[in-house]
Design a protein around this ligand. Structure first.
Ligand code: G6P
Ligand code: ZN
Length: 543
């Protein structure tokens, strides 16, 4: 086994986005591409000599090959130990947990999250730091700087390791520990939730359908829901991870998980249904006859988390990304909790969680989590919902109705316009940005604009500032539209338009969401001249 130092030239565009580096799979498969990015990452964190790294991914196409490259490079760079999920699998929250439990120095997670997998689909790679969370901007900026000047990488000239055998092996001087991907995570869940109560719920005939979408949560959900909690066999659908996610989009939203939505909207639907994404950090929550928006889910969890043992002492505070609806803010206000608004991207919650300022966090993009790890966590959200349902013994519909009658309802929807030519999307955003100062007081589509700004975030813990995080339009009467370009797409630009209107308790709480938002939708489209600039007449996805 010889160490090899390989000269290389920088690849363009290795800039980590909202959640690590995400590109078409074939881009990652170019000789040297993974190597340059991984060596840049190692260099940016001061090298990995003597360090312990967690490595795993969501099992998509090229996962296995990329892990072998990373392990060889970690060994050649002097890492002391690599902890790897069996078969190269680790859900993102399970990887975060392992980094924390094992006091690792960091981890490399291979995933393009909810994007499709396959040789003609997407791949991704990101670095998490020792708190278990995604690298903050200071680190991702340093990685990007390295990618621009990288001139060599270190690797080993050796055969692939067998990652299927649980136990300890070695690669040169680096110990390689292959672990069951589920065990530590399942242990953690049992410390947070009342498994006896949830088991009793299932024993009483409560029905659940969990759609793993052919992705990484299959083994986790099967072991926990069907194994430890006694839900009937078949509760978990699409439970076996496949490299192309059964040729679907492993994105738990009403579009890509339509069969599950149809099931719960039918007369014989299960009491509760949920889905998770490619790497297991997102969640979608449904009850018989109802889809729960991620923003509402965060608010309901914030209002009820104390019913679960892990949160019985109450919450330190709640955080949400800026475009997420302000439903959680109302709960925080009523309960006297701290409430924080961050830019899109889970990494912005890390400091707040580490500093003990918040316990729960959530994003409109189907992410919810807590201080138990430093990533959002799909199955955790499902288990917290189950714990609440077991404690309250009412339906999901009743929980939502009660919530809105208590706090009022934030009608909310996100409209996505996908694969717009980048120049057109930029023109739309720049055009609107240039007019921001003049907007207050103007009337558009019959609505008066009360305020408009560009969101900028100052981290209350380390004082770092993140600018240009989205355009906010506030309408008189409390409505809001937010516009930003996605940081996770791999094709052209995706324009996200987030729409929200507040209806107080006692008001019209049970309208159709799109109807309730129609005025704000029309005003926003007119304001940014959406059709004129992009040629698009309707969104590709509405959540
Ligand atoms: C990933 C990140 C989330 C983020 C989401 C949407 O899932 O982990 O934190 O909210 O992407 O990002 P985008 O930039 O595409 O709106
Ligand atoms: Zn994900």
């Amino acid at each position: 086994m010889t160490k090899v130092t390989q000269p290389c030239t920088p690849f363009e565009g290795q800039k980590p986005g909202t959640s690590g580096l995400r590109k078409k799979t074939r881009v990652f498969m170019q000789p040297g591409f993974v190597e340059c990015f991984v060596q840049s990452t190692f260099n940016a964190v001061g090298g990995v000599a003597g360090k312990t790294l967690v490595v795993g991914g969501d099992g998509r196409y090229f996962n296995a090959e990329a892990i072998q490259i990373i392990l060889r490079m970690a060994a050649a760079n002097g890492a002391k130990r690599a902890i790897v999920g069996q078969g190269g699998l680790l859900s993102t929250p399970a990887a975060s947990n392992l980094i924390r439990q094992r006091k690792a120095d960091g981890g490399l997670i291979l995933s393009a999250s909810h994007n499709p997998g396959g040789i003609d689909a997407d791949f991704g790679l990101k670095y998490n730091i020792s708190n278990g969370g995604p690298a903050p901007e200071g680190v991702t900026d340093a990685i990007f700087a390295q990618t621009k000047t990288i001139s060599e990488y270190h690797t080993l000239d050796t055969a692939d390791l067998d990652l299927n055998q649980i136990g300890e092996t070695a690669l040169d001087e680096m110990a390689v520990e292959i672990v069951d991907p589920v065990t530590d995570y399942a242990d953690l869940m049992q410390t947070l939730f009342d498994f006896d109560a949830i088991r009793a719920l299932f024993a009483g005939g409560f029905s659940l359908r969990f759609d793993a979408m052919h992705a990484v949560t299959g083994p986790y959900a099967t072991a926990i829901l069907e194994g430890l909690l006694g839900a009937p066999d078949g509760t978990v659908m699409n439970a076996v991870p496949s490299v192309d996610f059964g040729k679907g989009h492993p994105d738990p939203n009403p579009i890509w998980a339509k069969p599950l939505v149809d099931l719960v909207m039918g007369d014989d639907g299960p009491d509760f249904a949920a889905a998770s994404d490619g790497d297991g950090d997102r969640n979608m929550i449904l009850g018989r006859g109802i889809y729960v928006t991620p923003s509402d889910s965060l608010a309901v969890l914030a209002a009820n988390a104390h019913l679960a043992p892990g949160y019985a002492g109450g919450l330190a505070g709640v955080a949400r990304s800026m475009p997420t609806s302000r439903a959680a803010d109302r709960v925080a206000e009523a309960k006297g909790l701290g409430c924080y608004e961050t830019p899109t991207g889970w990494k912005f919650f890390g400091n707040l969680l580490d500093a003990g300022k918040v316990t729960l966090c959530g994003e409109e993009s189907a992410g919810t989590g807590s201080d138990h790890v430093r990533e959002k966590d799909g199955l955790w959200a499902v288990l917290l919902w189950l714990n609440i349902l077991a404690a309250r013994k009412v339906s999901v519909q009743d929980i939502l109705a009660d919530h809105w009658q208590t706090y009022g309802r934030n009608y909310y929807s996100r409209h996505d316009y996908e694969a717009i030519a980048t120049d057109k999307a930029n023109a739309l955003m720049t055009g609107l940005t240039d007019r921001m100062d003049d907007l207050p007081g103007t009337v558009v589509g019959g609505l008066t604009i009360a305020g408009a700004d560009q969101f900028s975030y100052t981290d209350p813990v380390d004082g770092s500032v993140s600018r240009n995080q989205g355009l906010r339009i506030h309408f008189e009467g409390g409505g809001r539209a937010v516009l930003r370009l996605s940081g996770t797409g791999t094709e052209g630009a995706t324009l996200r338009v987030y729409l929200e209107r507040y209806e107080p308790a006692g008001g019209d709480l049970f309208l159709d969401t799109q109807d309730a938002l129609s005025g704000i939708i029309a005003a926003t489209r007119a304001l940014c001249q959406l059709t004129e600039t992009t040629g698009r007449t309707a969104p590709d996805v509405m959540t």
